[in-house]
Design a protein around this ligand. Structure first.
Ligand SMILES: Cc1cc2nc3c(=O)[nH]c(=O)nc-3n(C[C@H](O)[C@H](O)[C@H](O)COP(=O)(O)O)c2cc1C
Length: 326
């Protein structure tokens, strides 16, 4: 039987499948269900910075312009927990399960929440995931300034806590490898590629705006695959792939590209947590068939730096492939 344990954020996971931050991990009963179904770890439903801001500073409305967080918050969050509820959830999860519990904060600034990281550590979380997203609408802010926001969020939290810290980011960077390396220099322990957002839309009947949300599809997996493969070789910390993972094959591909673990939400919403057993069985079978005894035996084997035909990762307009379709 192959060994499918993996290391992520310095933690040992019994398998690389993490239930992603979502309603699937929003309360203790659901976290227990995730463990029973065989998850390697869970990322708890995010606590949104807006909630912290309201609690700590008595703000009626968050001044932060963050449509995505707002929509996530209202679209499927029947829960409206605050900071105390969140640390209670961490404590309960640690007391009642034995899988790693990763707390999650959805932050848009470095202003309100870093002190809370200390409380998360005190509550017993095994690690902290920071879900950071800013929409570049300010004409005076260039990309270097925007990137500095990520660096300062990370540095502030690393000052306050000894917990391993992962950053969950969007793919919208002009020079992601540079940012990724700089984050490493500031002590990042893991990068989650990539977050997935609600999208703006227009209701043409009523001539007004609306927001849409749809589960991911398998074709979404190729974006994290590309960036995992391009960066895994030179980053000293772990990569965790998320978005569009639907099968054991997808997980194997991402491990081959160099990911240490994966995070999944949509598949479990659509087909249930029992899918975890199918995914781990598929991983087991493939490893046995290929003679791999542990994940370390093949992790990163097809990263950009190791694959013999690595150009596949670079070609975005591969004429040969396109002409096959034309
Ligand atoms: C219903 C739902 C709620 C989510 N809530 C959060 C959240 O609170 N915080 C967060 O970082 N990501 C959230 N996500 C994003 C997931 O954690 C995950 O990164 C994303 O859905 C991509 O994985 P998937 O393709 O398997 O769905 C949510 C996703 C879904 C489907």
């Amino acid at each position: 039987m192959p060994n499918i344990t993996t290391k992520y954020l310095g933690l040992t996971l019994k398998n690389p499948i993490i239930v992603a931050s979502s309603g699937l991990t929003r309360n203790i009963d659901r976290v227990i269900e995730c463990e029973k179904a065989g998850a390697g770890a869970v990322v708890l439903k995010s606590l949104f910075e807006e909630v912290l801001a309201k609690e700590d500073f008595g703000m009626k409305e968050s001044t932060v312009d963050h449509t995505e967080a707002y929509e996530y918050y209202h679209a499927h969050l029947e829960l409206l927990y605050g900071a105390r509820d969140y640390t209670d959830l961490i404590k309960e999860a640690k007391a009642q399960t034995s899988i790693p519990i990763i707390a999650s904060i959805n932050c848009v600034s470095d202003a309100w929440w870093p002190d809370f990281a200390k409380q998360i550590e005190g509550a017993g979380a095994d690690a902290l995931e920071l879900n950071v997203f800013t929409t570049a609408t300010d004409l005076t802010m260039d990309s270097a300034k925007l990137e500095k926001l990520y660096f300062s969020i990370l540095s502030n939290v690393k000052e306050k806590t000894t917990l391993p810290v992962a950053l969950k980011i969007s793919p919208y960077f002009s020079a992601l490898p540079h940012v990724a390396v700089e984050l490493g220099r500031r002590g990042l322990d893991g990068l989650v590629l990539f977050n997935r957002f609600t999208q703006p839309d227009i209701d043409i009947e009523n001539v007004k705006l609306k927001t849409t949300f749809a589960y991911s599809t398998e074709s979404d997996m190729h974006l994290p695959l590309r960036w995992t493969a391009l960066m895994s070789h030179y980053l000293a910390y772990d990569l965790c792939a998320t978005t569009g993972i639907k099968s054991a094959e997808d997980i194997i591909k991402l491990l081959l590209a160099g990911a240490s673990s994966v995070q999944i939400a949509s598949l479990f919403y659509e087909k249930g947590l029992d899918e975890i057993a199918t995914l781990t069985a598929g991983l087991d079978d493939w490893m046995a068939q290929h003679g791999f005894e542990s994940i370390a035996d093949f992790k990163g084997k097809l990263s950009f730096h190791k694959a013999s035909e690595s150009g596949h990762y670079l070609r975005a307009q591969f004429m040969e492939k396109i002409s096959e379709v034309e």
